[in-house]
Design a protein around this ligand. Sequence first.
Ligand code: FAD
Length: 551
Amino acid sequence: MGTDVAGAVPLSAAHVIDVAIVGAGLCGLALARTLTGRGLQVQVMEARDRLGGRVLTAHCQATGQALDLGPTWLWSETEPRITALLAELGLASQAQHDPGDALWLTDPNREPERRLERGGVHVGARRITGGAARLVEALAAALPPGCIRLGAAVTGLRDRGAFIDVLSEAGHPVRARQVVLALPPRLVLERMQCDPALPDAVLNAMAATPTWMAAQAKSVTTFANPFWHAAGHSGNAFVRHPQAVLGEVFDASASEHGGALGGFVALNAAQRENFRRGLPLLIASQLAQLFGPQAQDGTPFLQDWSTEPWTCSALDRANPPEPPQNDPLLRQPLWAGRVFLGGSEVAAHGAGHLEGALESADRIAHAVCRPNAKVRTAAQQAALQAQTAADDTRPTRATAIGTFSASVLTQRGMAPERYRLHLTRLLSGQQSEQLTQRALLATADQVYSETLACLDVLLPALDTASADVIHGRHALTAALLAPFDGWNKGLLDAALSFNGTSCALSNFPQEHRPDGEMLRAITLDLAAAWREFVLELNTRLLTAAASAVTV
Ligand SMILES: Cc1cc2nc3c(=O)[nH]c(=O)nc-3n(C[C@H](O)[C@H](O)[C@H](O)COP(=O)(O)OP(=O)(O)OC[C@H]3O[C@@H](n4cnc5c(N)ncnc54)[C@H](O)[C@@H]3O)c2cc1C
């Protein structure tokens, strides 16, 4: 049986709730907070006996340090949602420690080479002070009692017409009008049965979407102090030879009183299985080869995510790690708008990252919150009345369109700089493939994501209900898209002109001056992102109009 978190009120078998969310990772928790805040009755079902999913913070008793064994970094310049959420929850962040030289070990029989990485290795990266689990704790604390059920592994969904049965091994099904699967798509594919079955195209897209970092293992070793700083080392190291144990090392020190070195294990899941017992020793000797004998005496913490059945699918374990990728098909609602796929892997912006988990939660909050006269709760009704009462002080539609256009123009102005930031991040992450294409797409997705967030704020003032809808197109769509005229081409031109003068790209001729084939691929990518954005913008206008009509 599942356990309820904090004073659960058990639901009777016949009770139908508004929304069931499967997965209490960052996406599920953030979404639950938004939906419960809007008065919806929500049940979060979590397979593990803890919250947070891939967010996991261990604590070193000896040094008092919080150690992130899952996500560590966020990038404020390119990740607005996570940055805003931390501020809203009153959580601090600190810059990743980078000053000093980085060590490169390319031959196991030689001393590591010291390199000064100009601009640092983790450009702009920040860490949540006290560990990423603080974020999870703060989100969970904002939920009503009984909202989360732990130890409730969902095994499938059954469409019962007026509601959906969410089946689990933890007792009777939870009955919900809408369901959000806030977990990696490959886990949905491998672990859940849906009746009726999901379309083949969606199942194929799930199979092709890797779970970011799922097959990785991360280590953090703690020390009484960060002794490597005194020797001029930043704590960053790259080990690039076939016997590498840790491929990448970084400073993970998390308090004034101790030091810590984090690292990503270079051995794959099968190799780690073979070396399981000896791995801590191998890590210690690798650290000692890099930073000297003192590094041999740390306290090791190790998390192998490939052995976590609620993170790593069989497909993730069997395949080499792939960069985050997402398929717009996975953002389409299923079962006539009653089932949504969530989680970081399906985000349009920041896929694979904490930012992506929040982006995905935001998008689904819109779709789920579509008020329906039949299901509206008393709290929703009160919120709508309060909103109507405040109408007099709202800006007019013309002002709202003006504000929206100004915001788009600001975003357009910032886009070339954002492109450079995305590019720098790819380069500092030792990426070498499709750099222009990926940085451009990340920039476009970021602009669209922020534009939609701006639209959300302005929706009430846009008075969407009093405008025509012709062939499914809301009359305001064209006016709102107008400031984007020529934007894709302008962005591409700015990117190419930057690439042509970039020293950092001179080692990548294909990126320095992309050929016709690559330019075609980039143009197609940008066009697909644009199409998805236009559809989403139009849908939000239609949804707002429909909900206003049913008040
Ligand atoms: C080692 C590592 C390092 C990382 N580093 C970074 C970083 O530096 N910066 C960054 O931004 N991101 C990083 N990430 C990625 C980041 O952790 C994820 O993008 C984010 O946490 C995903 O959140 P999510 O809610 O989408 O999914 P998850 O956190 O995977 O949550 C899904 C939840 O669903 C639950 N679940 C699964 N199956 C079922 C089921 N059948 N029934 C019920 N519940 C189920 C799981 O237990 C889990 O709690 C890292 C990840 C790892 C593993």
